[in-house]
Design a protein around this ligand. Sequence first.
Ligand code: ARG
Length: 589
Amino acid sequence: MDIQFNPAVTLDRLLSAAAAEVEGLGADFDAQLRPADPRFGDYQANGVLPWAKRQGVNPRQLATALLDALNARNPDLGDWVETSIAGPGFINFKLLPAFQLAWLKQYRDQASLRAGAAGKLSGRKVVVDFSSPNTAKEMHVGHIRSTVIGEAISRLLEFSGAEVIRDNHIGDWGTQFGMLIWAIKDSGCDLDNPGPNALAELEALYKKGNARYKESPEAADQIRAELVKLQRGDPESDRIWKRITEISWQAFQVIYDALDIQFDLVLGESHYRKQVDGIYQDLTETGLAQEDQGALVVFHPEHKRFAKQPFIVRKADGASNYASTDLATVRYRTDELKADEVIYVVDSRQSDHFEQLFLTVAKYYAAKGWKAPSMQHVSFGTVLGENGKPIKTKEGGSVKLKDLMQEAIERSFAVVTEKNPDLPEDERRKIAEAVGLGAIRYIDLSQNRTSDYIFSWERMLSFEGNTAPYLLYAVARIHSILRKAGIQPDQLDELPQGAELESDGEKELARKLVLFPATLDQTLSDLRPHFLGGYLFELAGVFSSFYTANKVLVDDPAVRDRRLMLCQRTLRVLECGLHLLGLKTLERM
Ligand code: ARG
């Protein structure tokens, strides 16, 4: 048996070869293998039914003929998988322990898991546009979702073989900089010697500028003049604007470092401000854009709402905007970066913007005869406080991300200290950091991203349920089992002699481990990290049942080595999955 990382690929290859020999099927038959309802098996081939319908033949007979051919070509198939025909012509496959063992023999450490997964997306170049805060403003709780979901998706894509470009499309351009530069000059604040909270000061100055703009016609005139100066490239305005970006980025960097995130590109909206003229010209020439009350807009007549709701690409005052810079950014990503795909990890409140952007790009590229990239808006809901309303500080302000991270670490430190008062303090600090930051990430990633979720300290730091502490503890516990056995994880890479799985607990655990690739597939096809989180939580549960019912350190060396091997494989898959989600795992807790 040719054991591929994904058992569905193994089965698919066998089925294709068999289908080539079956009258009425042929080599281009697609078996459509999917994970099955666990009551019926592990995988199910759904392809016979639609095929038979198209040919006007009996699907059950066709399925039987396919299975016969499969068995004839593979006389020992029954040692590896159990097959059956269900309903009108689905074929079910249940992987047998021999299959699982052969899989476990091969996928035994991080390197082999990675090598196994990497075939899926190799050769694909994907830009992941995520985090993307606006400069001159502190990152708040709203940025956590894009940041942690974007990083998890980037890691998952990379693991599956894609070449990923992490692009932080910061909001560093727009009319707000007229207000900010005016307020900076007005206050006489010295950007060359910024204080420790420089970014918070800039945010306050911006608010002041904005208020003055509304109150005072005189200030409003000066603010407009500041904006024009900046747009024309006045050296002093440009210098101040660059300092604003630097100060903002220094503060963002502290957060990204703590979360272990590195961007490949940080170009920001300003980078595209010179490219927008070409976009206006192209959209006008191709007839996609039209003048409307002084602005340049794109309508989509075939769309229910966007037939009337314009996509404004140039404002009436002639300035570029979010839409024009995003269009220019797509051009950069296809022309310069040669991306096949662009993924935008942005709040669901921007879905109209992205829907209009994607429609416009499709028509723009088609009119030019260019190949458009595949584009996806990975949207997400809002973080709510325990009262079910968008989360706020006691004073009603937005919750700063850095304060949230700090509080998570402090609270974890208290929990760890209570559980392990005897550990040295620096070790407790290290554990608290992994648990606290892991908990912030995991409470987000364990939710279906399109739903809102309630941010609850109690739930996210609990050692029970689908939480970071529970999963990190499951990892630490297996490390401790192996330590007690006096064995290093990599000493268990080889499959022991006579490893046939015996007990139900062993078989159930092996079965769950072999479902890891199917989980990765499901997670990737929908770009929903909570599928992976849910699987890891279940795996930890299956491991717990195995460990309760099966003593590992028994006298019989065959049993003991086999069970230790299962512990080690579980550890590898848990660590691999948690790292993909961005969590740091621990050997002791
Ligand atoms: N800066 C924007 C915001 O804070 C998000 C940018 C998302 N990326 C993009 N290419 N539009 O809302």
